[in-house]
Ligand binder design. Structure first.
Ligand SMILES: Cc1ncc(C[n+]2csc(CCOP(=O)(O)OP(=O)(O)O)c2C)c(N)n1
Ligand SMILES: [Mg+2]
Length: 543
């Protein structure tokens, strides 16, 4: 087992060395955990990466890409040649991982803090799908995530910790690579909280281990999987740059310098020798390591086929639900009777949105709507009134009360979308889109069809004063809209309906947009209907 972890360390350090830039230290420290996870716990189908019931692994610190790519090379998702192209233009191994399910990368990561909140969203999606479909596979799914000191310090971890604990997401297991080192300082220079106690206070099951000890990692993961009520945090004390040596062959462990630079020259050579590699030919997967993963591939065949059998039995007993589930996961546009939606003349567009949301709640069974404690103001309550909110132990509703945490809410919605099978929407005041932009940007990069509902769109918010008046927000979001994504399309679709009828049409466009995020910018105040000669044209003709 240690050989496999050393193999990951060797590959990760060599990738960075070859690229002449990157982050070896964290990757080398986290290798033991990721190796135990992939060789003994993570349940996935090597032949079918998009299997809906697979366990998912969400990386938070994207700078630890070399660890993930090396691990994925051990399961044959990347070739050695691809590892050699780390951080090169156009390569499949960019400096920070970009979502690619076929290669086993569940999320784009880079901005610290967001990745583990995507995992919270995915865990919510799994609970929701289990409740909606009754398919036992969703109850068996485990969402793993890996966080580092940076993510723990990011404010968003407060929202994620609160929500996962509050909702009792026992299908979520988070490993904290606690290596006492961050980019520019030792952690003790900036943090003195009791992190374990913090997560316990949020209702998590917290296990503290030596993060480089296979046996302890294994036991912690086993206990975490057995946990029935709470999310689990495994705090692993890890050694930054484990196995690294300096040019004089003294220890290069626990050193800030290995965070973001190649080990370099003789330090690199000494490290390779120390880890059992040939410095002249380091890009090798050892035979005994191949054996470990070949054995796991065999085990996975049995695990997966048993799961498929179970899914088949469920589908045979529930053919309608099974057909529905297939549609949900194929990203088809949901069927909605748009013509039946009756708007009130001269209504505020947020109210018109509520009318649409009410229809969506009834007609789109795989939709989750969220609000950051403004549902009665942003009018997502149109949706809420037709369902009920998630509570600990009961995910039969479809409304997610996120509390006052706009960025967390947005990231959870992204995680829901990443999980697949579920459409996510979330609302707040437009002015607070400022708190969400980092996530909107990630949704755009990942081309996820999350719907952002932003109300109180103008200076006419009035009596609340300048703090609540969105003045420059639309210019910002329009700028993001027009940036082209990887497919040459606008990064997002931003819609600002001019009256109640247009609100229905805009919601239709948003629901039909399955490959970028959409935003609806809506008014608080009533708006006169446009004097439109086309008013009688049915809404399905709007394009
Ligand atoms: C939101 C955000 N802020 C800052 C950075 C830049 N950055 C990358 S890694 C890092 C700190 C890393 O510390 P840690 O997470 O403990 O990783 P380690 O050094 O242990 O590998 C920082 C500040 C970032 N990627 N994202
Ligand atoms: Mg660290």
């Amino acid at each position: 087992m240690n050989r496999a972890a050393d193999n990951i360390r060797i590959l990760a350090a060599s990738m960075v060395e070859k690229a002449k830039s990157g982050h070896p230290g964290g990757a080398m420290g986290g290798a033991d955990f990721i190796n135990v996870l992939y060789s003994e716990f993570l349940q996935y189908d090597p032949q079918n990466p998009k299997w809906v019931g697979r366990d998912r692994f969400f990386l938070d610190p994207g700078h630890m890409a070399p660890m993930l790519y090396s691990q994925l090379a051990l399961i044959e998702k990347f070739t050695i040649d691809e590892l050699k192209q780390l951080r090169q233009w156009g390569s499949p191994t960019p400096g920070h991982p970009e979502v690619d399910i076929m290669r086993g990368i569940e999320n784009t990561s880079g901005p610290l803090g967001q990745g583990h909140v995507f995992a919270v969203g995915a865990a919510i999606a799994a609970k929701f799908l289990a409740a909606r479909t009754g398919n036992p596979t969703f109850d068996k799914e485990t969402i793993y995530t890996y966080i580092s000191d940076g993510g723990i310090q990011e404010e968003i971890s407060q929202g994620a910790g609160r929500i996962a604990g509050h909702l009792g997401l026992n299908n979520l297991i988070m490993f904290y690579d606690s290596n006492d080192i961050q980019l520019s300082t030792k952690t003790k220079d900036v943090i003195s909280e009791d992190t374990a106690m913090k997560y316990r206070a949020w209702g998590w099951n917290v296990i503290e281990i030596n993060g480089n000890d296979c046996e302890q990692i294994r036991n912690a993961l086993t206990a975490a999987k057995a946990e029935e009520k709470r999310p689990t945090l495994i705090i692993g004390k890890c050694i930054m740059g484990k196995g690294a040596r300096k040019e004089d062959n003294s220890s290069y462990e626990c050193n800030c310098k290995t965070h973001g630079a190649p080990l370099g020259g003789d330090a690199y050579k000494n490290t390779m020798i120390n880890l059992g590699a040939n410095p002249e030919d380091p890009f090798v997967i050892f035979d005994d390591v191949k054996e470990i993963y070949a054995k796991r591939a065999e085990e996975l065949k049995n695990i997966v086929s048993a799961r498929y059998e179970e899914e088949k039995a469920w589908a045979a007993a529930n053919p309608e639900k099974a057909a529905m589930q297939n549609e949900w996961f194929s990203n088809t546009v949901p069927k909605v009777d748009w013509t039946a939606i009756q708007q009130k003349a001269n209504d505020a567009t947020r109210n018109a949105s509520a009318t649409v949301l009410s229809a969506l709640a009834q007609q789109v069974p795989n939709m989750i709507c969220a609000s950051a404690d403004l549902s009665n103001s942003d009018k997502t309550d149109g949706f809420l009134k037709k369902t009920h909110a998630f509570v600990n132990g009961d995910f039969s509703g479809a409304f997610f009360q996120a509390g006052v945490a706009e960025l967390t809410m947005a990231c959870c919605c992204i995680g829901i979308a990443l999980h697949g099978g579920v459409i996510a929407a979330c609302g707040t005041f437009f002015v607070f889109s400022d708190y969400m932009k980092p996530a909107v940007r990630m949704a755009a990069l990942m081309q996820l069809p999350v719907k952002f509902i932003w109300t109180h769109d103008a200076f006419r918010v009035g009596e609340d004063g300048p703090t609540h008046e969105p003045v420059e927000q639309e210019a910002q979001i329009r700028l993001m809209e027009k940036l082209k994504n990887h497919h040459g399309k606008n990064s997002m679709l931003v819609l600002r309906p001019a009256d109640a009828e247009e609100t229905t049409a805009c919601w239709k466009l948003a629901m039909e947009n399955t490959d970028t995020p959409s935003a609806l910018i809506l008014s608080r105040q009533n708006i006169n209907m446009l004097p439109c000669i086309f008013r009688r044209i049915p809404v399905q003709h709007f394009r």
